[in-house]
Design a protein around this ligand. Structure first.
Ligand code: ATP
Ligand code: MG
Ligand code: MG
Length: 349
């Protein structure tokens, strides 16, 4: 009879609420937007400003545990909530994952290897960083970037003005990594420190947005799986993380290069709904509620998850007619270019 509070009203919150319902939990969503797709599945919704203490206190009083579906929720309100009700993942996971400078430093401390990088807060520092790191490089905003937004590529130092104009500071300049494939480790850690992770998908991006995740991964990724999973485990332990933690990697000739982390369920883990013994959403709920974690094994010969972005969801009548295709539409009222409207998972048994 417990109630899970979810900060954020997008599709990830909706899928957490759905998994929570399967396990007998009620969910209460706190979302700033007028349109919360999570509210379609959750038991109740508060439409609110995260900074309103009256609203936060009311929310805290109605829930037994709090989680979040996106990492750009303001740290202040989360810390305030954490003093009143357990919040998983904890404020430390959130603070590190919200800030690319903190994130890269933290990962280096536990023995991980991001691309060569340097923090940049002024136009002069950008020149110094280009001199140190070289080109090609990517300039990324320190905070609030997602789906490739908030980053600019520099093919040569002459792109510095345009990149600074587009991104500004505070930012991070990082070397462009030569990789054969991208992959992710979706890991779940329980309140008692127990950990398990999923087999890694091969993640293909288009225009900075995840296009497809495929399993089993090709050998270039399979060879780097153990090292990347071990690093993700050290990150989770060092954060005392509870819930799902996702780390993105580049498979390079010198082994896995850390790209970034998300302190939450992840788009590259959507395949687990039909393709794994326990979905990432069910395992996240198990972790934050103190239940034993479920089996993360692949249950099919092959699984491919493809995002439906912009107007691609309009193909749904064909997709729903395909055998072995599992359609998920998120119920968003308006489609825009680059907006994730749904996904489809194709399973080969
Ligand atoms: P999201 O959080 O939605 O995954 P994001 O906006 O935080 O995306 P990143 O993951 O940093 O963005 O970058 C998006 C994509 O851009 C990566 O998946 C990769 O394809 C490419 N990319 C980013 N940084 C680099 C790099 N240093 N070298 C090569 N490719 C990169
Ligand atoms: Mg990101
Ligand atoms: Mg990313």
């Amino acid at each position: 009879g417990s109630t899970i509070g979810i900060l954020g009203g997008g599709q990830l919150g909706r899928m957490i609420a759905s998994a929570a319902a399967d396990l007998g939990y009620r969910t209460h969503v706190l979302a700033p937007d007028r349109e919360s797709v999570a509210a379609q599945t959750a038991s109740s919704l508060t439409r609110a400003d995260y900074h309103n203490k009256v609203v936060l206190a009311d929310f805290a009083a109605q829930v037994d545990v709090v989680t979040y579906e996106f990492e750009n929720v303001a740290a202040g309100p989360v810390e305030w909530l954490a003093e009143r009700v357990p919040v998983y993942p904890g404020p430390k996971s959130l603070a590190v994952a919200q800030d690319r400078v903190k994130e890269k430093s933290f990962v280096e401390q536990v023995g991980g290897r991001p691309a060569r990088w340097q923090a940049v807060t002024s136009r002069e520092e950008l020149d110094a960083a280009i001199a140190a790191i070289g080109c090609p490089a990517v300039l990324k905003t320190t905070r609030f970037g997602y789906d490739g937004k908030g980053q600019a590529r520099l093919a040569s130092p002459t792109d510095a003005d345009a990149a600074w104009e587009a991104i500004g500071g505070p930012a991070v300049l990082e070397a462009f990594v030569e990789f054969s494939h991208e992959f992710s480790i979706v890991l779940v850690r329980g309140r008692d420190g127990a950990m398990t992770s999923y087999p890694p998908p091969w993640n293909e991006h288009r225009d900075g947005i995840l296009h497809r995740s495929t399993l089993p991964a090709p050998p270039e990724i399979a060879r780097q799986w153990t090292e990347a999973a071990a690093l993700t485990g050290r990150i989770a332990d060092a954060l005392d993380h509870v819930g799902v933690l996702t780390c993105e990697y580049f498979a390079s000739a010198d082994g896995p290069v850390f790209n970034e982390m998300a302190p939450r369920v992840h788009n590259s883990g959507h395949w687990t709904i039909e393709g794994a013994a326990t979905s990432q959403f069910a395992n996240h709920v198990r972790a934050i509620c103190g239940l034993p974690l479920g089996d993360t094994g692949l249950t099919a010969a092959q699984v491919a998850m493809e995002n439906l972005i912009g107007d691609e969801w309009e193909r749904w009548p064909e997709i729903v007619a395909e055998p072995d295709a599992y359609l998920h539409l998120y119920g968003k009222r308006e489609s825009r270019a680059g907006r994730k409207m749904g996904h489809v998972t194709r399973v080969t048994r």
